[in-house]
Design a protein around this ligand. Structure first.
Ligand SMILES: CC(C)(COP(=O)(O)OP(=O)(O)OC[C@H]1O[C@@H](n2cnc3c(N)ncnc32)[C@H](O)[C@@H]1OP(=O)(O)O)[C@@H](O)C(=O)NCCC(=O)NCCS
Length: 190
């Protein structure tokens, strides 16, 4: 017999499925808004905390159905550049003056397909964990930040890096996996 549990119609018949479809639509629609400032205003309407002078370009919000945009919190003067992937399965906190360059991916969950009974799920069970990026930090283009990572105050993640562990404050990290390459500010040795 045909298994239609994952069809659009089956989704529409459950409350959870309707919520999923609604947020899918809202998220797609949000991407076509041309003005980044106005996108911030709409995100706020959808439950996000957005500070002053925030610019959110045409990014993809994954898993918005979990909690709307409530899992996103941005301080003042925060920029998220074009083509980023922001996973809202858990909380993402971007403090004041954070810059997220183009194409950055921030993940807050891991799931290799547990609900669908995929075999690797017994070794890699689903997990959700928030990401915190402290004030003043700069995440370089196409870097990837994994679930549960904290980036310390005024730190830099080099372009294309893969951040698997916490980044200390005032530190430049780079590479795959990202490793500290230098200290900056008062912590730098002269
Ligand atoms: C990290 C960054 C800020 C450079 O910092 P820096 O302190 O000037 O570092 P340096 O250029 O002196 O490089 C120091 C070492 O780290 C390496 N390095 C620098 N950036 C790196 C990166 N993104 N990935 C891997 N290694 C990197 C350099 O090759 C150099 O290695 P070496 O000592 O073996 O020669 C810069 O490389 C970067 O990634 N900027 C982000 C650019 C970006 O995202 N632009 C988009 C618009 S915002």
């Amino acid at each position: 017999m045909k298994d239609d549990r994952y069809s659009w119609w089956a989704k529409w018949r459950t409350k959870e499925g309707r919520k999923w479809l609604l947020w899918l639509f809202v998220e797609r629609w949000l991407r076509v808004i041309p003005y980044p400032n106005f996108r911030g205003f709409l995100l706020r309407a959808g439950g996000a905390k957005i500070g002053k002078r925030c610019f959110v370009h045409d990014v993809v919000f994954q898993n918005a159905y979990v909690n709307g945009f409530k899992n996103l919190s941005m301080g003042d003067n925060v920029t998220i550049q074009t083509q980023c992937l922001i996973d809202l399965a858990d909380t993402i906190i971007l403090e004041d003056n954070v810059t997220i360059a183009a194409g950055v991916a921030i993940f807050t969950h891991e799931d290799c397909g547990a609900k669908l009974g995929k075999p690797l799920a017994q070794y890699f069970p689903p997990k959700r964990a928030g990401v915190l990026i402290r004030q003043g930090s700069w995440i370089g283009a196409r870097a990837t930040i994994l679930a549960g990572v904290n980036v310390g105050e005024c730190s830099v993640v080099g372009a294309g890096s893969l951040v698997t562990k916490d980044v200390p404050a005032w530190t430049v990290v780079a590479g795959i996996p990202a490793r500290p390459i230098k200290k900056i500010g008062e912590q730098a040795s002269n």
